[in-house]
Design a protein around this ligand. Structure first.
Ligand code: SF4
Length: 311
């Protein structure tokens, strides 16, 4: 099999890209352009460094990944009719996985620098920052998150589904719209009792753009599964979204009101225009010079992966 090296990434839009651009255009440049091909051994140093820094993570993000793993375990148990694990069992599994990742990061500096996509590395450890605030935060959130996850309404419905009503969500789920690849993967989606349920787990605080994120995920489901779109169009399928703030134990319903796709498309088109204005060649997705990407300094710089190179 031949492996083609593409000099520039494919242009794509997602709510997380949009958030990154809105927070700081320079961080967006480092993440989506400068670090491109940074996994190649002969890439320029600044490219390899940007790629490596882009791979740094945090305990908050790792907890989010663990929530996703626990949710899949709960789905599997519910669908087979098995008893669900208790919250403290979920917490034990989560803490063990996080301890292993912590150890990997603690001992993995050389491995991470050689192969950043193979070794988990925490930003705080890599940058020799005080790790106490994030470990304290994790200790506060881990238990309540498992209780919150277990208390959501989905497991009883999935128990009723058995093997039916599966909506497979691939990694990097996307759909094309007006010639642009739109990434929008729900954390969980299923059909039960004439309703498509689309779920996003959250361990952090509510954000104004979170409901839009779920609307995009609903749109992805309807684009990817035409039979669901058809059923929704003729009124035989309801579509419901959920923002599950598991750490806080709250559910925010997201309604698929009439025209929700137009509303989501409007935001996407505005974002795409903003991103394309930063391109020298929109056809090939070649960015303008780095200086065109504003450095938007804020309190977020403290926790920015690119802080060591940003000047
Ligand atoms: S350190 Fe601050 S200004 Fe620089 S890329 Fe990060 S957020 Fe932007």
């Amino acid at each position: 099999m031949t492996f083609e090296i593409k000099p520039y990434p494919e242009f794509a839009w997602s709510i997380s890209r949009q958030r990154k651009l809105d927070q700081c255009p320079r961080a967006y440049f480092y993440t989506y352009y400068l670090g491109w091909n940074g996994w190649l051994d002969d890439a320029p140093t600044e490219t390899r460094v940007a790629y490596r820094l882009g791979k740094l993570t945090s305990l908050d993000a790792l907890l989010g990944q663990q929530i996703d793993v626990r949710a899949r375990e709960l789905e599997a148990a519910a669908r087979t009719g098995a008893e669900l694990p208790a919250a403290d069992e979920l917490e034990t599994r989560t803490r063990e996985a996080l301890r292993n990742l912590w150890t990997q990061a603690k001992n993995g500096r050389a491995g991470f620098e050689a192969r950043p996509n193979k070794v988990t590395m925490l930003r705080s450890l890599y940058m020799n920052q005080d790790t106490q605030p994030e470990t304290d935060r994790l200790n506060q959130k881990a238990g309540p998150s498992m209780q919150g996850l277990l208390a959501t309404s989905h497991w009883e419905r999935l128990r009723a589904c058995g093997g039916e009503g599966r909506v497979e969500v691939p990694d990097f789920a996307s759909f094309p719209h007006d010639g642009v690849k739109v990434f929008a993967a729900p954390d969980l989606a299923y059909v039960e009792g004439g309703t498509l349920h689309v779920i996003d787990w959250k361990t952090g605080r509510a954000d104004d753009s979170n409901p839009l994120q779920v609307l995009l995920q609903m749109w992805w489901a309807l684009e990817t599964y035409p039979e669901l779109a058809q059923a929704a169009a003729c009124g035989s399928l309801e579509v419901r979204g959920y923002l599950e703030y598991v750490a806080a134990g709250n559910t925010q319903p997201v309604e698929a009101v009439a025209g929700f796709r137009d509303h989501a498309a409007e935001t996407m088109h505005a974002g795409v225009a903003q991103m394309r204005a930063l391109l020298a060649d929109p056809e090939q997705n070649i960015p303008l010079e780095m200086a065109a990407f504003e450095r938007r300094e804020s309190g977020l710089c403290r926790n920015c992966n690119f802080f060591p190179v940003c000047a």
